[in-house]
Design a protein. Structure first.
Length: 108
């Protein structure tokens, strides 16, 4: 079995393995930074042992490589009230990051 971890970022949880690619909500990064460190690790498994956090695993982190910044497809929010000539249309595009997991650092 391969190692994996469950991390939390942007109020969402992701199951990550080394060399896997994930899309997360945009994070504040220093200019020109190509590595992202995710420190909210909820669970780490190395194939034999499993460490479960309470709520986080102390000393564990996931190192990721930034592949690209992009925007998700547009989501339309349309509100319509019949017979009242009331219509509201809003569009939203979420800013996202595509990350490749380099390594999972577990607590010793």
């Amino acid at each position: 079995m391969s190692s994996y971890a469950i991390v939390e970022t942007g109020s969402k949880q992701y199951r990550v393995e080394p060399k896997s690619v994930i899309e997360v909500e945009k994070l504040k990064l220093p200019e020109g930074e190509k590595e992202v460190l995710l420190e909210k690790v909820l669970l780490v498994s190395n194939g034999k042992d499993v460490q479960v956090g309470n709520p986080l695993v102390k000393g564990a982190s996931v190192v990721c490589e930034l592949l690209e910044e992009f925007r998700a497809p547009k989501v339309i929010s349309f509100r319509f009230r019949r017979r009242k000539n009331s219509r509201r249309k809003k569009g939203h595009r979420q800013d996202l990051l595509r990350l490749r997991v380099k390594e999972i650092k577990a607590a010793k």
